[in-house]
Design a protein around this ligand. Structure first.
Ligand code: ADP
Ligand code: MG
Length: 750
């Protein structure tokens, strides 16, 4: 740690000793910075190489002349600010031996106190009138805001002496990069490390082909790195960021296209239905006609399956748009060719439900032939053994399960197709696990009910082919959505349960959804847990510390309520055993239960046509797409659905806007776009990504859609021309780095 004593501003050079040409982007940081510092970077940010560090871009830029507003600094967060010292003093401690140096710094209005114990020399250092960067955690001490033992670096009192007027002006105007920092690595320490590696960097080949750079009028890579880290004026870092942002998009798209091409180099067995076979029999017995979109997507899948190259296709479609039927038709085509299919569901409940609905759709004759089997981790030993045998012997043509299906002990006679319901946590190494299960890699079909805006699909699933089902089957009665904003209309509260009672009086069933199981216990089962939705943005709730509505509390309230004396009410949440959950779902499906009080375990795939009403309590605790999917549980039959979104979020807050956005439309694609726009910095990819895609640095999917699309097109042209990636070694290296990073990111998520 530097002690903040050396007082050079950023204008001074740090490393005379490092010879230019000492490092490449792939050099280990330990060689450049020394073991201890390199370790701090690895621990703090996961940086291992010079390239990793150089891609640690400043979060923002500060000016020497501009002081940071102190009034709005958040408590208990690591902050980096520019301020001026106005007073400094030293006193002895009362209770113990030793001294305290206290300095006051200001932005011109607010004041922050810095305290140092037993460091008397600080008093001489922190002279009034001096300016610098200060970093630390803001705490509240007896009503005063302070930084205890902050790190700081003071600016020179004046421009470098030897400099002329022009140089002095340049010095005064140079933006100071402010880096994302940690408690052990302050922003300026990062800046110094970056300078060191920039000074020692060998000449760089550009990852972007010259033609692309010229077409987009971009800077060279080296220059862009230089200007993003050591700008002399504002325009510098702006241009540098533009170049680096495009480079990021281009390399990412090239990497995705490359992986897609790589997947297509494997060969596998083509799967085609046989005339008069299982698929034809299924189609003939289908009680409805497929929608146009279902037919089109089915056609795309059939074409993929008919090729000796493994399919990697994502089917996205509204809840209830009929994806399951489409997937089942693919399984039947595979069964026709003698192969088996595995269906992976995100939870035990959903696996069980999938099995039941598949059996139902197949009808008794086909079910007897195909022997659909459940295989999950929680099956009793005897049943599990039986299921394993059926899979291994090939008797069971359709095996439905959770991730237990990927386990080493599960084998298939001839696994031809894997259907993944919801893409969560399914990625490179799962594909690898599956590839090892057969002679040849299976075809992969991923289903998602989370509508994904085009650019997100391009970014997150750029290595998959995407099919979309937009059209809903005819005859749906529709859903009415209504926000109940308790912060504005507290008197509406009693109406919520009245309205629920009215629905039940019509002989219908209902869900009541809560974010938590009991007070403070947020449900984490389900693909996109409520926990993450709540955690990503704590903004705008009436009282962030207010208890979260819980299954336990709401269940008790309903059971006590006079209107529900006759109502059969049951909980459903992730703390119940698989058997209990299954029993609750079954009873609900069979109409033996009127109201399920549940967490998000009911999120995806639950299909009970008589369930017409849903009340979501503390709806602002859920994400937009989660609410949309929850709502999709009602109004699935011919009965009109009602969805009450209850929230205490304050007027004008983002939290309330999100809930209102959900109520305003039933169009999942529109909502996905709205969601993208309502999330600010947040992890846009979080909602749809499978754990391992590494995060984006300068790209923002919500904002940079056009740029991403353009980069993809240009990357495709480059890869398809002449020698492809091989004729662009620097791009190939960047692509390899990106792919390595993603794979290791995946593995580290476990
Ligand atoms: P998803 O998996 O996309 O949520 P499902 O495949 O579960 O949707 O279909 C929802 C319901 O609609 C099921 O009961 C299914 O039988 C029915 N369904 C599917 N396709 C059609 C169609 N073309 N016409 C009428 N009903 C359909
Ligand atoms: Mg489904």
């Amino acid at each position: 740690m530097t002690e903040g004593r050396d007082t050079e501003g950023r204008g001074a050079t740090t490393a005379g000793e490092i010879a230019p040409g000492s490092f490449t982007l792939d050099s280990r940081l330990s060689g450049a910075l020394g073991g201890r510092t390199a370790q701090a970077f690895e621990r703090g940010f996961g940086h291992r190489t010079v390239g990793d560090l150089l891609a640690h871009y400043p979060r923002r830029y500060a000016m020497r002349g501009e002081l940071t507003a102190l009034a709005t600094l958040p408590l208990d967060e690591n902050i980096t600010i520019i301020a001026e010292v106005i007073a400094v003093g030293e006193r002895s401690m009362r209770a113990r031996r030793g001294s305290i140096v206290e300095a006051k710094i200001t932005d011109g209005t607010g004041v922050l106190t810095l305290t140092f114990f037993n460091q008397r020399w600080r008093a001489a250092d922190l002279r009034p009138g001096r300016r610098g960067i200060f970093a630390g955690k803001v705490s509240d001490y007896k009503g005063q805001r302070q930084l205890a033992h902050p790190d700081y670096e003071l600016f020179d009192d004046a421009a470098p002496l030897e400099a002329g007027d022009a140089a002095a002006k340049r010095w005064a105007e140079a933006p100071i990069p402010i880096y994302p920092a940690t408690s052990t690595l302050a922003s300026w320490q990062i800046a110094k490390a970056v300078e060191l590696v920039l000074d020692g960097l060998a000449p760089l080949d550009d990852p972007l082909p010259a033609s692309v750079r010229a077409a987009k009028s971009l800077l060279g890579h080296r220059e862009a790195l230089e200007l993003v880290h050591r700008p002399e004026r504002d325009g510098d870092w702006k241009r540098a960021r533009g170049t680096l942002r495009f480079t990021e998009a281009f390399v990412l798209q090239a990497a995705l296209l490359e992986r897609r091409a790589e997947l297509r180099t494997h060969t596998t067995v083509a799967r085609e239905p046989v005339p008069g076979g299982l698929l034809e029999r299924f189609d003939a017995a289908l009680p409805f006609t497929l929608t146009g979109d279902q037919l089109e997507v089915s056609g795309e899948i059939a074409r993929d399956l008919g090729e000796p190259v493994p399919m990697n296709r994502l089917v996205q479609g509204e809840v209830g748009s009929g994806k399951t039927v489409v997937a089942l038709r693919a399984m039947l085509a595979v069964a026709d060719s003698g192969g088996q299919s595995a269906l992976l569901a995100p939870t035990e409940v959903l696996a069980g439900q999938h099995l039941r609905s598949i059996a139902k759709m197949l009808g008794p004759d086909l079910a007897a032939e195909l022997m659909p089997t459940l295989l999950t981790g929680q099956l009793p030993v005897a049943e599990r053994k039986k299921a394993l045998l059926r899979a291994a012997a090939g008797q069971s043509r359709i095996v439905v399960g959770t991730h237990a299906l990927l386990g080493d002990n599960v084998s298939f006679a001839d696994l031809g197709l894997v259907v993944v319901d919801e893409q969560h946590r399914f990625g490179v190494e799962q594909r690898e696990a599956l590839r090892l299960k057969g002679q040849s890699p299976p075809h992969v079909l991923v289903l998602t009910a989370t509508p994904i805006p085009r650019t997100v699909a391009m970014t997150v699933f750029g290595d998959l082919d995407v099919s979309t089902i937009r059209e809903l089957p005819a005859g749906r009665a529709g859903i009415t959505s209504q926000v109940v904003p308790l912060a504005i209309r507290p008197t509406w509260r009693p109406r919520i349960w009245e309205r629920l009672a009215e629905e039940l009086a019509l002989g219908r069933q209902a869900f009541v959804v809560c974010p938590a199981i009991e007070a403070k216990v947020v449900e984490d089962e389900g693909p996109a847990g409520a926990a993450s939705a709540a955690a990503t943005d704590g903004e705008g709730r009436a009282d962030a510390a207010a208890p979260v509505a819980s299954v336990v509390a709401v269940l008790a309230e309903l059971r006590d309520h006079p209107r529900f004396a006759e109502t059969r009410i049951t909980p459903l949440h992730g703390r119940m055993s698989a058997d209990e959950k299954d029993a609750a779902m079954r009873a609900f499906s069979a109409g033996e239960i009127d109201v399920l009080v549940a967490t998000t375990v009911i999120e995806v795939g639950v299909d009970v046509p008589n369930a017409s009403a849903m009340v979501v309590v503390d709806a602002d605790r859920f994400g937009v797409s989660q609410l949309h999917q929850l709502r999709g549980r009602v109004g699935r039959g011919s009965v009109p659905g009602l969805c009450l979104l209850v929230t205490s979020a304050v007027p004008g807050s983002l939290a309330l806007q999100r809930v209102e956005a959900v109520a305003a439309t039933l169009d999942g694609f529109e909502l996905a776009q709205a969601d993208l726009e309502l999330r600010q910095e947040g992890d846009v990819l979080g909602a749809v990504q499978s754990g391992g895609r590494s995060s984006l640095k300068l790209l923002k999917v919500a904002r940079d859609g056009d740029l991403i699309a353009e980069a993809r097109e240009m990357a495709q042209e480059v890869l398809e021309a002449g020698g492809g990636l091989a004729s662009h070694p620097a791009l190939a290296a960047a692509v390899r780095r990106r792919l390595d990073e993603e794979t290791s990111g995946y593995l580290s998520k476990g």
